[in-house]
Design a protein around this ligand. Structure first.
Ligand code: N2P
Length: 357
């Protein structure tokens, strides 16, 4: 027994030592941050040319890391290991980060290019007066489908996805709010629903979709659809725009039952070591020409009104990607449902993913 206890103690000490050394190494690697910033953004969500341009113009080096869901980003920032200077949460994640005291208030005087942002994207309910966040891109969650194979207009609603003829045809984006939200909407419920019976019904409905689901994937969803590996994808609007520019067989639809309207935003986490650098980066990205270059590259809708002058008309006038106010009214923005309910969504989504195996 003594021997076993000693072994346990030894393993515990070894693990603790490894853990603290890894932490120290990580911290040391980021010690020289007065000439650098660490940016934490969604994958495929910036023109890399702009990072080099920022580095050349300011002499500030950009250390760039990516995530593929708000949930993954929230967990990493809350854990605090990496001293991120800039992050890009969606609106409900901004609320969560404010509630958890993870953000610093912005110095709006250091972001004069804020004037370029369309007023209607400012001062939103998740962050009145833009105390903590500045709009980056916005869009919807919807369905991109191969109209050449399935037929023009073949898909109009979430419920169309359950058609048994689409066996093994659908790729889903790997996000808990997105996919549970889709199932809730398909049942006529709000994608902010917190009623346990409705959530269980949504999970059961998702399980019924399983035979049609080919895979649940991250940013590779674009490549897989562009190269005809699947005929249907549940994606964010800008990813659809990118797929459609590479493969003209695809079309994008905002499902008729309604869907999510989202807003992604720059924030400065409390972990920041280079606060002036973080402001300089945000201001640089808000410059009209830079925002236009970025918009053309990533394919998402920009809230930067001044950038519109530099964008081709067909980009900024496409109602699939810039839905007008009447369409937007029918869509829902994710609300921050609190830590416990977000955990419940994550749990149900995980169960759905396991059920597939
Ligand atoms: C881009 C991610 C889009 C973010 N790959 C949707 N909020």
């Amino acid at each position: 027994m003594q021997g076993i206890l000693r072994l346990y103690a030894f393993v515990l000490i070894a693990v603790l030592l490894l853990w603290s050394t890894a932490g120290a190494i990580e911290k040391q690697a980021y010690q020289t941050t007065s000439d650098a910033i660490i940016v934490y953004n969604w994958g495929d969500y910036i023109d890399p040319g702009l990072i080099s341009k920022f580095e050349e113009e300011t002499g500030i080096r950009v250390i760039y890391q990516t995530f593929d869901s708000n949930e993954a980003m929230l967990a990493k920032i809350a854990q605090g290991g990496t001293p991120f200077d800039v992050a890009v949460p969606s609106e409900y994640a901004v609320s969560r980060m404010i509630a958890e005291d993870l953000l610093i208030p912005l110095d709006l005087k250091a972001i004069p290019n804020l004037k370029n942002i369309d007023q209607r994207f400012l001062n939103q309910s998740f962050d009145p007066h833009n105390r903590y966040s500045i709009p980056y891109f916005w869009g919807t969650v919807g369905i991109v489908y191969n109209a050449h194979v399935l037929g023009e207009g073949a898909i109009k609603s979430w419920n169309d996805l359950w058609d048994p003829t689409y066996r093994n045809s659908i790729l889903l984006v790997d996000g808990a709010r997105e996919i549970i939200g889709m199932a809730l909407n398909s049942l006529g419920y709000s994608l902010n629903d917190t009623d346990e019976a409705h959530l269980l019904a949504a999970k059961a409905k998702l399980d019924e979709l399983t035979p049609n689901v080919r895979a649940i994937v991250g940013d590779e969803i674009k490549f897989l659809l562009e190269t005809d590996e699947a005929t249907i994808g549940v994606v964010w609007s800008g990813d659809a725009a990118e797929i459609m520019s590479e493969n003209e067989a695809f079309d994008y639809v905002i499902p008729e039952e309604g869907t999510n309207l989202w807003f992604d935003n720059f924030v400065i986490p409390k972990t920041a070591r280079n606060i002036p650098g973080a402001h300089a980066f945000i201001n640089f990205m808000l410059d009209a020409e830079n925002a236009a270059i970025n918009t053309e590259y990533v394919g998402y809708a920009t809230p930067n009104l001044a950038a519109h002058a530099y964008l081709p008309e067909d980009v900024r006038d496409d109602p699939r990607f810039y839905p007008d106010a009447s369409v937007q009214e029918k869509l829902e923005v994710y609300r921050d449902l609190g830590k416990v309910m977000l955990g419940r969504y994550n749990e149900l989504f995980l169960e759905f993913k396991m059920h597939r195996k």
